[in-house]
Every structure is written in C-alpha cells, then in structure tokens.
Write a protein that binds this ligand. Structure first.
Ligand SMILES: O=c1ccn([C@@H]2O[C@H](COP(=O)(O)O)[C@@H](O)[C@H]2O)c(=O)[nH]1
Length: 259
C-alpha cells in the first residue's frame, strides 16, 4: 500500500495500465516492452492478467521478464483471481509474490475468508473481487453478495477483514465500472477502501459516471484499469496520458487539491 501511495503521489495518477498481451509470442513480447516504456510515466500501477501469459508455452518466463522490466517504484498487481483452500492458496501466493515478484494480487473470495488469508503478507496488497464488470451479472454472484443483507453489508464485511484479520496487509476490492450504481453503494459502505476498477473502454463502462460514483471524498481511492484501450492504441503513451488526464480533470473538479 505504501508503494502504491508513494507512486500515486509521485505521478498524480490513478491509472492502472493493464497488460493483457495478445498475438504471437515475438510481437507480443515486443509490444509489452513498448507499452511499459511508453506508459510508465502515467501508470500508478501495472496489472498483468495471468491468463494472457499462461496461454503461452513460455508464459511464466514471459511474465517474470515483464515484471522485471517494470520500473521498481511502480506496483505490479497480478490479476490471477486466485481462490482455493488455504493449503493450495499458499502455493498461489508463493507463485505470485516469490516466483513472479508481484506486489499485489486479485483473489476470488467465493470459497471464504481463509482462502484470502495466505495472500496477506507484509507489504503486499490483496484486491478481492466484489462486484465484477461482466454483464449480464451472474445470479450466483448477486446471491452471494446479498446473502444475509445487502451488497453494502457484504462489502463492508470484506473490508473489515483488514482491521480484524489481515492486519499485516491491506485489502482492496475489485469493482467493475459497468454498474456505477453498485459502485456508489460499495463506496458508501467502504468510504476509505481502495477499489481496483476494470471495465472502462472496451467493456463500455462510463468513466465520468465511474469517478462520480467511486472516488473518495479526498478525490482518490480508485485505480482505473485500462487494458485493451491501451494495448490496442496506435500510440500507447498518448492513450495512457489522455486517460490519466481525463481522470484528473474529474478529480480536480471534485477536489481542487489534485490540480
Ligand atoms: O470484474 C473484472 C475483474 C477483472 N477484469 C480484468 O480487467 C481487465 C479488463 O480489460 P479491458 O481490456 O480494459 O476490458 C482484464 O484483464 C479482465 O480480465 C475485468 O475486466 N473485470
């Protein structure tokens, strides 16, 4: 968390650059290098998605090489949506932190709190799926979210893990940009929590509605992810800079301290 906060302060950026490499190995490797070099100045964090690496024969090596090439002061969130019994989760955690070198991970809380705990290490950050960006929504997720109360109760409970159990770590939530009304509910339930927000751009999420619904009172608290929007851009650096500036214009209106 400290690394993320320091980076955000240094760049005044809430942009998370997604790394979802598509195409053949050689051009994808070259494109990864380009995207990282061109967007690093605007990136609060990078988020490689594990699937896009595991689908390659030498995917783990490419992922390691990619993470190593990211400047050391930029947090890396490994989007693996890990979720298994604690004994197994411990191995996923070793993979993410020790093999890959990630600073943070995404986890799937479906199997329970104990499956998240192995990812709680000092200096590491865990983002738990809360309300995902895909549509139509899965009835199963909605049922889990509202079981025994409202979506807000559920998220607040997850958020409280940080105080009660994950004392050495910090937990944020993954909340899709495609349903700003739910984002607003989650923000009301978790006023200080960090949210990782995918879904703008290719998935149709509306940036200004997302920022209006999800920014904290201090104009921060969101990491806005863009993967295909940057990867597919003719000029990745320009796409990242423009998105960062668009986010910051909104933050400035909400909180002039970010001017
Ligand atoms: O709810 C979720 C959780 C994760 N993702 C991931 O984020 C990126 C989004 O990519 P775009 O190209 O910007 O749409 C991708 O890696 C997803 O697996 C998500 O979209 N929604």
């Amino acid at each position: 968390m400290q690394k993320l906060l320091t980076r955000i302060q240094a760049t005044n950026s809430l942009l998370c650059v997604g790394l979802d490499p598509t195409g053949d190995d050689a051009p994808a490797t070259k494109r990864l290098r380009e995207v990282i070099a061109e967007t690093a100045a605007y990136a609060a964090a990078f988020k490689p998605n594990l699937a896009f690496f595991l689908s390659r024969e030498n995917g783990v090596a490419l992922l390691q090489q990619t993470v190593r090439s990211i400047p050391a002061d930029i947090p890396v969130i490994l989007d693996g949506k890990f979720g298994d019994i604690a004994n197994t989760a411990e191995h996923y955690a070793r993979f993410a932190y020790d093999v890959v070198g990630a600073d943070a991970v995404t986890v799937n809380p479906y199997m329970g709190d104990d499956t998240i705990r192995p990812f709680a290490r000092p200096g590491k950050l865990v983002f738990s799926l809360a309300k995902t960006s895909n549509k139509p929504q899965h009835g199963l997720q909605d049922a889990a979210l509202t079981r025994g109360g409202s979506i807000s109760d559920w998220a607040a409970r997850l958020a409280r893990l940080v105080d009660e159990e994950l004392t050495e770590s910090t937990i944020g939530l993954v909340v899709g940009a495609t349903e700003p009304a739910n984002l607003a509910k989650l923000r009301a339930a978790c006023p200080t929590q960090w949210f990782l927000v995918p879904g703008i751009g290719a998935q149709g999420g509306d940036l200004s509605a997302t920022l209006r619904a999800g920014l904290r009172a201090d104009g921060s608290g969101l990491l806005i992810n863009s993967s295909r929007g940057i990867w597919q851009a003719a000029d990745a650096g320009r796409a990242a800079r423009e998105l960062m500036q668009e986010i910051n214009q909104f933050r400035t209106v909400k909180n002039p301290a970010h001017a």
